[in-house]
Write a protein that binds this ligand. Sequence first.
Ligand code: CP3
Length: 356
Amino acid sequence: MTTTLEGSAARREQPAADSVFVRACRRQPVAHTPVWFMRQAGRSLPEYRKVRAGISMLEACRRPDLVAEITLQPVRRHGVDAAILFSDIVVPVAAAGIDLDIEPGTGPVIAEPIRTERDLERLRPLTPPDVSFVDEAVRLLVGELGATPLIGFAGAPFTLASYLVEGGPSRTHGKTKAMMYGQPELWHALCARLAEITLEFLRVQVAAGVSAVQLFDSWAGALSEADYRRFVLPHSAQVLSGLAEAGVPRIHFGVGTAQLLTAMGEAGADVVGVDWRTPLDAATALVGPERAVQGNLDPCVLFAPWPVVEREVRRVLAEGRAAPGHVFNLGHGVLPETEPEVLTRVVELVHEASAR
Ligand SMILES: Cc1c2[nH]c(c1CCC(=O)O)Cc1[nH]c(c(CCC(=O)O)c1C)Cc1[nH]c(c(CCC(=O)O)c1C)Cc1[nH]c(c(C)c1CCC(=O)O)C2
């Protein structure tokens, strides 16, 4: 059984559904460019480190009170135009039966990696009760956030498969690609199952009231366009097209994806996330007039003196004017060493410099 989605008419009556963030995703006119930051909830904030002290990442993700508090922290502090649910891309696969942990400084580590058809049996379909804590957290947050939209998210099949096959983070994705090229049937079976889990996880979030979703295919940039289209796109399209009726904007993001931007848009995105390697005007030419773009300040620019940050923010805004809709963000997540005060200043600058 899949979760039913609320009617899009009822959703459009929520104030968050007419926020600058959602309007920019829909390529509608906005009073200023909206801004939020990938990984805005996390280790750059002292209040986050305080709440997380002595509590593991997975445990924090499973406690709705903590999820709500951590999700709200960057909204209170920075005045960003959207909140992103505090969770992790491996939360649904853990809920679907995979024994894993999220190790500080490393990321997800899988106890027994998936390498064979037999291993695949351990990855069962996800049902809504498996992630009832996410449903509860989203409902709490939607109540607290009012007119500020909440972004739900999930990991895309390729990026999730990479963690499951490698057993942890990988520079080359060697074992993942070995399965993709050498055992294409097993590869497609794994990705099809991950697509089902991901779609169900996002449906739970949409039914609970998120205003948009982001599908993170962080590591898809490791592939050529031809391999992406053959081995990955059909599975990501399964997820994104499964949400078409939900009535919420769908953002699709990866790192190092200059060669994939057209295809990632075609997978079924309303907004294509772009890293700092591709200027937003060039990205716009690749994704076309039917899609908005999100990005793309280099997270490392935030370590430079303020005049440099200001120059780079203004450049990103100027390049973003070529797009039919622009959501300001970094080109990847906030790095833990970032000074929170710089993020707050960036939000103020984006609002001021883009006011129309
Ligand atoms: C690849 C990926 C993961 N997780 C995620 C991705 C896709 C985005 C990306 O490309 O960065 C997504 C993610 N992970 C987290 C969020 C929270 C929402 C947000 O503020 O963006 C989101 C959207 C929290 C987190 N996820 C993680 C942390 C740090 C854990 C901690 O605070 O102890 C947070 C806040 C752990 C994690 N989980 C993962 C990594 C690589 C790490 C970092 C390892 C480390 O450097 O410690 C897997």
